[in-house]
Design a protein around this ligand. Sequence first.
Ligand code: ATP
Ligand code: MG
Length: 335
Amino acid sequence: MDARKPRLLTGDRPTGPLHLGHLVGTLQSRVKLQDSHECFIIVADLHSLTTRSRRDEIARLPNHVRDVVLDMLSVGVDPSRSTIYLQSGVPAVYDIAILLQMLTPVARLSGLQSIQDMAVNAGLGDADVPLGLLGYPVLQAADILMANAELVPVGADNETHVTLARDIAEHFNDAYGKVFAVPQPTVSATPSLPGVNTVAGGAERKMSKSAGNAIWLKDSPEEVARKVRTLPGPAPGESTGAPLFLFAEAFLRDADELASLRAEYDRGGIGFAAVQDRVIEALEKILVPIRERRAEFAADKHRTEEIIVDGTITARKVAYETLGKVRDAMGLENL
Ligand code: ATP
Ligand code: MG
C-alpha cells in the first residue's frame, strides 16, 4: 500500500511581505494541512518578474523572499514538515512549462480576468502586457504539475489558474499517457479579502501586495488600527457584503458575537466606529503572537536562507524526476 501522503502545492509571489488576505486566504490552510499532506510551498520569484522586471525591482527580490518566508514561519508553517522553495532555483520547471505551452490555446489565457487585474495593478496598458504575464498560468501549471500536487489552496483570483492546470494535466495524460496527478483547487471561507481604503477604490478591490491597500502581518498595532479605520461604514441594514463586515466575518471568531454585532448595526443601535473597534481588537489578538514569532525567527539572519536552500534542493529532485517522465511520455527522450 502506498503510504505517501497526498501532495499539496501553494505559495506566493515575493512582491512584498504577506498580508491579512494571505492569512485567511491560504496561510491558515497551509498550517492546518501540513500533517495530512506533503506540502510544497513555492516562493514564486519568476512570477514576480511578470509584472516587476526592472533592475531596481529585481534588486528588492531577496528582501521580499526573506519577508515572505518570515511571514510563513510566523503564522506556523513548519519547514521540517513543509518544503519551502524558490521557483527560479528549479530550472526543470522552465522546461516543463515550455512543453505545456504547446498544449495551451492563447485564447484561454487572454480572456482571464486575473491577468487583466494584475496588469491594471502593475499599471500596464493592453499593448504593454508581456508574454510572460500572459503565460503566467502556464508557468503556474508547471509548478503544480511538477510536484504532482493533488490539492492547491488558493485565493479566488487564482482559482481559474488551477482549473487551467487541471485541464492541461488531463489533456497531457490523454495525449501521452498518465504522468500528472490532476490538481484540485481549494478556497477558504474568505477567498478574497477586500483591501483597506488607503487608496482610491481600495476597499472595492481584493487586498493585494501590489495595490497599496494591504494590512501587513508585520504592521504595528497603530498601523493596523489606522488602516482598519479607513474602512467605510455601510448604511444600516446594508452590512452584508460591505468590506468592514467582511473583515468582521473573517476575524471575529465567535459566530454569535458576529451575528449580534451585525444585527445591532443594521438596526442602528451602534455606529461603524464601534464595529471598527471590535475588528481591531480581534485582529490584535491574532497578530500579537504572529509578531512575536516573527521577531524570534528574524533574529537568526541565516535561518530563512537555510530553509529556502534545503527546500529548493528537494524541489529540484522532484522536478527533474517529473521532467524525465514528461519527456519519456512525449517521445523526447532520445533528443
Ligand atoms: P500581488 O499584488 O503581487 O499579485 P497578492 O497580494 O495578489 O500580490 P499573491 O502572491 O499574488 O498575492 O497571491 C498568493 C496567494 O494568496 C494566491 O493564492 C492568492 O489567490 C491568495 N490571495 C492573495 N490576495 C488575497 C486576498 N485578498 N484574499 C484571499 N486570498 C488572497
Ligand atoms: Mg496576486
